[in-house]
Structure formats: structure tokens, C-alpha cells
Write a protein that binds this ligand. Structure first.
Ligand code: ZN
Length: 307
């Protein structure tokens, strides 16, 4: 099944907030949140989390990666639930300590909030993005024991970013993969999500496939269950390879001109996609990064051939 709405996915497991910018909640003796969504939607997440938990509080929040639309409401959650323990990778913590990275997140958050306001989304938290401290540094491929009743493992799955951690709950075969897999868009388009390294992304997808998840949580818009989980992993590999071929062709024709190649990719993927979609500046930032990554990869391969 492909679940495109918020609410209950399976026993004690929920999509909180809009499915386009979700926070995942695993209820239990120590309720766990995965990712921190958008700053602007902080009140919406808070209300929906309280609807599930009642008087109980989330105990942990584990972060997949340090992008503004995945950690936006974390500092709000920490204000509401001061005992909430935040976990993420060492690299994620290092990024949050950089003033330039925090400023970029504030800027992207500002634009995202403006878009939501124009769309009439309510209620909106119009505060700026604020960084936060990490309580738990995740050791990749090691068990995290948030409670005696639950095993959870953080897996290093780079490619979208270098700080990326996917979270695996083996007993239930649930994988919070977020943007380690391609993003299913509301028009059905599959947005490949490697940004920093194409080949690392494919390696991560292989690692994800070997787990054989039966609940696969994407970064935006959809959760895939049963046979659709494995299908989406294969489709993510195909989408990445298709994107590589297309972009290599554009870069070849444009003789390595990044700007012109980015415009051509954008015309294929973004221009005609209906709203709500990723804001233009965030899309352009990511696409520029993907195109530059492919251009560097093409040159590396060319140099190898010369040797
Ligand atoms: Zn991201």
C-alpha cells in the first residue's frame, strides 16, 4: 500500500502533520518521534502528537539529517517537552554548530513559511528556525536502546547528505528512510534525492533493500508498506539512474555549463509540477547540488580513463 495521508499506519505508528512534511511517531513505553518537520507547522505537530499520547510525552526524537524541513520544529518540541532527548549523527551536530548553515536554514524556512501562508495553511508558527543541542550522538550500525522493550538501529545511509541516518526497527521491519529513498511527489513523479554523492546513494539503497522493510517511510508525501516498500526501493534506484543519464546528456550538450543544465532539469521536473511542491529556492539549491555532483563524477571518470 502507498499511504499518502497522515494518521495511523500500523499499531502504535503514526504519520503526524501533513504527509508532505511529516513527523513520524512510534508510540510505546517511551514514545519516539522521528524527524522534526517544518518550523511553521510546529503547533500542528504538537496538537496531533498530544492527540495520540494524551498526558504522556514523547521521550526521544531522532533526526535523519540536518535539512530545514526535517528539523524545523525540534526547538519548539524541546520547549514543550523539555525532557525530550534529541538524537542524530555527529556530522548533524557539527552542521548545527555552523552559523552559515543555521542562517541558510533560517532563510529557507522563511521562504517556506511564506509559501504556506499564501496557501492559507493554518495555524502557522511564524517564528524563525532555531538551532538546538543534541543529547544523543548516534553510532551508526549500533543498537540504540531507547527502552528495554524496543530495538532500534541507526544506519549510515549517505548520498542525500553526508550526515544521513536511517532508523531501523527490526522486530517490526519499519525503516525510517526519509530522503535516502526517492521522494514520491503529489503528481506521482519520483524525485531522486542524492545531493552530495550519487554512488553513495546507490550503496545506501542497496543497504536498505537488503533489510527487506515492510514499512518504508519516505521523506515527504508517502509511506510504502508490504510489496510497495520493496517496489519503491527498486523505483528509487531506477529514478536515480534515469536522472543520471538525463543530466549527463544535458551537461554534455551544454558543455558543462551548470546554470543552463540546471534550467533544463528544472523544466523537466519542477516547472509544470502542481503546488504544493518544494519551494523554488530549495529546489534550485538541491538541483544545482545534484547537477554539480554529476559533473564532478563525469570529470572523475574521464580522468580515470586518461590514466
Ligand atoms: Zn533533505
Amino acid at each position: 500500500m502507498i499511504i499518502k495521508e497522515n494518521g495511523k499506519i500500523s499499531d502504535g505508528f503514526y504519520v503526524i502533520g501533513p504527509a508532505a512534511i511529516p513527523v513520524y511517531l512510534l508510540d510505546g513505553p517511551a514514545p519516539i518521534l522521528f524527524d522534526g518537520g517544518f518550523t511553521a507547522l510546529a503547533h500542528l505537530y504538537e496538537t496531533q502528537i498530544k492527540e495520540v499520547l494524551g498526558d504522556r510525552k514523547p521521550a526521544y526524537l531522532f533526526i535523519t539529517h540536518s535539512h530545514f524541513d526535517h528539523i524545523g520544529a525540534v526547538s519548539h518540541f524541546k520547549q514543550v517537552w523539555p525532557e525530550l532527548k534529541i538524537g542524530g549523527s555527529v556530522r548533524c551536530q557539527e552542521i548545527l554548530a555552523k552559523q552559515s548553515a543555521v542562517q541558510l536554514m533560517k532563510d529557507l524556512n522563511f521562504e517556506g513559511t511564506k509559501n504556506l501562508k499564501e496557501m492559507g495553511v493554518h495555524p502557522l508558527n511564524e517564528k524563525s528556525f532555531e538551532p538546538f543541542d543534541m543529547d544523543i550522538l548516534i553510532q551508526p550500525e549500533k543498537m540504540i536502546e531507547p527502552s528495554p522493550h524496543l530495538s532500534l538501529m541507526g544506519l549510515s545511509t549517505p548520498g542525500h547528505t553526508w550526515d544521513f541516518i536511517s532508523y531501523w526497527i527490526p522486530e517490526r521491519k519499519i525503516l525510517i528512510a526519509s530522503e535516502a529513498v526517492a521522494c514520491y511527489q503529489n503528481d506521482g513523479y519520483l524525485q531522486t534525492e542524492f545531493l552530495v554523492d550519487f554512488d553513495a546513494n546507490l550503496e545506501s539503497l542497496k543497504k536498505i533493500k537488503d533489510l527487506e522493510p515492510i514499512v518504508l517511510c519516505g521523506g515527504h508525501h508517502a509511506v510504502f508498506t508490504d510489496e510497495d516498500a520493496m517496489q519503491h526501493i527498486s523505483a528509487s534506484v531506477e529514478a536515480a539512474n534515469h536522472y543520471l543519464t538525463m543530466t549527463e546528456e544535458f551537461l554534455g550538450e551544454e558543455k558543462g555549463d551548470i546554470n543552463r543544465s540546471v534550467s533544463r532539469v528544472k523544466a523537466v521536473e519542477w516547472d509544470n509540477r502542481p503546488w504544493p511542491k518544494q519551494p523554488e529556492s530549495a529546489y534550485l539549491l538541491n538541483t544545482r547540488q545534484r547537477v554539480k555532483t554529476i559533473w564532478a563524477r563525469m570529470n572523475k571518470h574521464r580522468n580515470y580513463k586518461k590514466c
